[in-house]
Write a protein of this length. Structure first.
Length: 362
């Protein structure tokens, strides 16, 4: 064995040892005395490996050094986790990016059958999601369906976590299908926007609408998002819930005005301002309307800004519009690809919104 090979072997062993420092497996391991729990083998090791978030990041940076020395990039720890999985889980986008550039396997599953993307999604780490989504430049139908599954997961994240909207935008702009029907709603399947309306998730409704979701889509019984919202308003008396439903109504009413006037933010803002004045007056009579008025003020700050005495869209809004264009381009290509595949009975690769090369960062 030459010196170079010895160096690589040492780097591999060190990488594995450092990955095992991050988490300690409480499962069973075969020893000379039979199958024993790791806990029984050495309790002190478990205490030693109870690292803080910053200590874990330090360990991962150290482990990355071994990869640069030639260690095998797919080296795993006791739980089958690679360095890419750990970097995605603990929000280290630069390491994720470098590992992907070194051709790390983004589809590797640990012993729990979770991939790097599964961890990045569950931990709401948008920058890691961004890097994983942009590799490879083309995706298959199965990969598109996987991204669609992750998109649906964002609907069930607590609305207090704003990063879920950023990840929703990333997924929609990178080939997740917003028009898919939810598989858990039985006979009455709904699109994501319809279900978000049903849950009175106004921020998600607004985000999906801006990204190009069809706000005129109907349930199997013919109800649109506006119909669902109106029924909820008529049948709900709880003030907290009613406030959320009112905010969802606002989102549904403002979306057509804002999307229609992407080139003229002043007209779009006029529609928002008219609603704000209406609810401000009503807010003198009830708390729910006052809360809706406050929500409209938040939307004003989120979407509109003044520059040289002219109304403009904020960087946040411009990012949504860019993602909308990509999402709609993918939707068109997906429909064309499916039509072609139906004719030829071939398995087609869905082309991402970029014509050549890897996806450009959003």
């Amino acid at each position: 064995m030459d010196i170079e090979q010895i160096t690589i072997e040492r780097a591999n062993k060190r990488l594995e040892r450092w990955l095992n420092k991050i988490e300690y497996d409480w499962g069973w391991r075969e020893t000379e005395g039979g199958w024993r729990s790791y806990r029984d083998i050495d309790k002190q090791i478990a205490e030693k490996f109870n690292l803080s978030a910053q200590e874990i990041k330090d360990v991962l940076n150290k482990a990355m050094g071994f990869v640069r020395q030639g260690a095998h990039i797919e080296t795993t720890n006791y739980n089958g986790k690679t360095l890419l999985i750990f970097a995605a889980e603990y929000d280290l986008p630069e390491i994720v990016k470098e590992l992907l550039e070194r051709d790390a396997n983004r589809n590797h599953q640990d012993l729990k059958r979770q991939t790097a993307m599964d961890y990045a999604i569950s931990k709401l780490n948008p920058e890691c999601v961004r890097h994983i989504l942009t590799h490879p430049p083309t995706i298959t139908k199965a990969q598109m369906q996987e991204r669609t599954k992750w998109l649906w997961e964002m609907l069930y994240v607590d609305p207090l976590f704003a990063k879920r909207l950023e990840i929703t935008e990333l997924l929609a702009a990178n080939c997740a299908d917003m028009e898919s029907l939810h598989e858990y709603t039985g006979k009455h399947k709904k699109t994501m926007l319809l279900l978000a309306t049903e849950r009175a998730d106004h921020d998600m409704v607004l985000t999906l609408g801006f990204l190009g979701a069809d706000i005129t889509a109907t349930t199997s019984s013919g109800k649109t998002a506006a119909d669902i919202n109106q029924t909820q308003l008529e049948n709900n008396s709880d003030s907290f819930k009613k406030t959320k439903i009112e905010c969802t109504k606002i989102a549904l009413e403002l979306l057509p005005h804002m999307i229609k006037n992407l080139d003229d933010p002043q007209i779009a803002r006029n529609a928002l301002e008219a609603k704000r004045v209406e609810y401000r007056l009503r807010g003198m009579q009830n708390l729910a309307s006052k809360k809706v008025s406050e929500y409209l003020t938040q939307l004003d700050k989120r979407f509109f800004a003044k520059e040289n005495n002219e109304m403009t869209w904020t960087p946040y809004a411009q990012s949504l519009f860019k993602s909308r264009k990509r999402a709609l381009t993918f939707k068109r290509r997906r429909i064309e690809s499916e039509a072609q595949a139906a004719k030829t009975e071939d398995i087609k690769t869905y082309i991402t919104p970029d014509y050549l090369g890897a996806l450009s960062p959003l």
